[in-house]
Design a protein around this ligand. Structure first.
Ligand code: TNX
Length: 525
């Protein structure tokens, strides 16, 4: 709040000085040109912004993006920004390694304060140049999202724009995230989403500086990733989805394409295979491993908790070993998510034994285990992460040194309906309007869980009612930007009034990007 107040004070000052100057010196002459003072419009709000009041940066046909020689990763980030700017401006915008010239956008991995860490950046905008510095490429990538959002909205247009001036107000930003984990989960099991659709979702996450995409790759309705060691999983287990459509699955090449696309946007992919329950699709291929009350077979309903692996059979662990080994081998990130939620057919002891044994398998293949909050019934390793979603039971994880990801359903389950009249979505946890997703503090949400216990936040979209990317976007916008700000911005810089007016200014961007959104009455569009 302090940050926002001082920003507003500075804005008032700029306007005041300009007005007084005009009135006092030249009362009857033509008023002098007023500095362009645009309303702040960044989401997430940066950690610190100083409007300097100088003349704005004016992007020119001759503007280049300047990088240091010899770093292909930085050059690739510069090229992404250049490509973005070329489309609407039709300026040539070259990426060059020659010395700074007036009108340049400079990207460097030197000169940033250590305090911005691995993902932060410092941005200096003057009439002559835009200078973006960071300690790591991820910081530069987040910084170019800021540059993108500071440019006029039609910077998102795929076609040429009529606009002749592309200005950025003069300012200094020093920015870094509050939490290291700013995630989104997509359930590709209840309904299947194509690689292209997942990439479109990744584009949305990147714009808001999110850095984790958790893919829920299996559930009762479908097994969505091909494994060489167990080809029947997709041959038999991927053929349907909720409502009875044809389903689908990712080849390993598809999965690599998703990972690469995400990595180029500094987003980590976390694979989830949900066990021991939510496993019907896997059991279609291996019915002998099932201890479910119901017979296995393609399932297109939406009940949960009824299927289970037989956790007392040795063959179950050979199966889990194959699945964890093969997926871990094609996943560069350090995590494997085992699900572990909503088990209705096992005893407490059976469940605990299963989770502890699978934790060993996950660790054996070099990964850290993540599970939904139910896994806190078991003895967890300090490297294991519990994902809270419905209760405060996850606090049990803290005793073993494990950390938490917060995904509280009444706040950030983005598959919840906004209001009773929302056609898409469920409402078992709550109706979740935009303000509900925004107006909470992770460090004050669960008694006994403080800032240091929390890795971050993650917003799931379960897809029982969600059939395509347009529906995903409708549920994600504008709630995902709200979650992004909860995860990124210092609590003291956040206000609902500030957020709702800033996010309103993003709707034209979503329109240019072809992203569907909910016209919440809480937002002054
Ligand atoms: C609960 S959240 C589930 C999912 C459902 C979701 C629907 C969790 C760990 N389990 O199986 O899809 O509710 O909102």
């Amino acid at each position: 709040m302090q940050g926002m107040e001082s920003l507003h004070q500075r804005l008032r000052l700029v306007v005041l000085v300009a007005t007084l100057g005009g009135a006092a010196c030249r009362p009857s002459a033509v008023p002098p040109p007023q500095p362009v003072v645009l309303a702040p419009r960044l989401v997430p709000e940066p950690a610190s912004t100083t409007i300097t009041g100088g003349a704005p940066f004016d992007l020119a046909r001759t503007s280049n993006i300047v990088v240091d020689p010899g770093n292909a990763e930085v050059a690739a980030i510069a090229e992404m920004l250049a490509a973005q700017i070329r489309r609407p401006t039709q300026f040539p915008i070259l990426v060059s390694t020659t010395a700074t010239s007036p009108g340049a956008i400079v990207l460097r991995l030197s000169g940033a304060p250590a305090s911005v860490g691995d993902e932060g950046y410092a941005l200096t905008v003057t009439a002559d140049s835009v200078r973006l510095v960071a300690n790591r490429p991820a910081g530069l990538f987040h910084g170019i999202q800021t540059i993108r959002q500071l440019l006029p909205q039609d910077i998102e247009s795929e076609m040429g724009s009529e606009r002749s001036t592309w200005q950025i107000p003069a300012q200094n930003i020093v920015d870094y995230p509050r939490f290291v984990w700013r995630g989104a989960m997509l359930d590709v099991a209840r309904h299947f989403f194509t690689v292209r659709e997942v990439q479109q979702y990744i584009d949305l996450l990147a714009l808001y500086k999110m850095n984790v995409l958790h893919l829920h790759l299996s559930d009762d309705q479908g097994w969505r990733i091909a494994l060489n060691s167990r080809p029947q999983l997709t041959a038999l287990g991927s053929v349907t989805q909720v409502g009875g459509g044809q389903g689908g699955f990712y080849t390993q090449q598809d999965y690599q394409n998703i990972i690469r696309y995400a990595a180029a946007r500094y987003i980590l992919v976390v694979p989830e295979i949900d066990m021991p329950s939510h496993i019907n699709a896997g059991l279609i291929a291996y019915p002998d491993l099932g201890c479910s009350a119901r017979p296995t077979g393609p399932y297109s309903g939406t009940d949960v908790g009824w299927s289970s692996l037989c956790v007392d059979k040795e063959a179950t662990y050979a199966f889990v070993d194959d699945v964890v080994r093969e997926i871990s081998g094609i996943t560069p990130g350090p995590y494997f998510h085992i699900g572990g939620d909503e088990v209705q057919t096992l005893t407490h002891d059976q469940y605990v034994r299963f989770v502890e044994r699978v934790q060993g398998i996950v660790n054996k293949y070099g990964k850290k285990m993540i599970g939904w909050e139910e896994i806190t019934k078991a003895r967890l390793n300090p490297t294991t992460i519990a994902q809270q979603w419905k209760s405060d039971s996850a606090t049990a994880a803290l005793a073993s040194g494990a950390k938490l990801i917060l995904s509280p359903a009444p706040k950030i389950y983005l598959d919840m309906k906004y209001t009773p009249t929302t056609e898409l979505g469920l409402h078992w946890a709550a109706y979740v309007e935009v303000r509900d997703s925004y107006d909470w503090d992770p460090a004050a949400y669960i008694r006994g869980v403080g800032e240091k216990d929390i890795l971050g936040v993650e917003a799931p979209i379960w897809s029982e009612t969600v059939r395509n990317i347009g529906a995903v976007m409708y549920l994600a916008l504008p709630r995902m930007p709200a979650v992004a700000e909860v995860g990124w911005t210092p609590q003291a810089n956040r206000t609902w009034d500030g957020f709702r007016s800033r996010v309103a200014s993003h709707a034209p961007r979503w329109n240019y990007l072809g992203m569907n959104y909910y016209h919440s009455p809480q937002v002054p569009w």
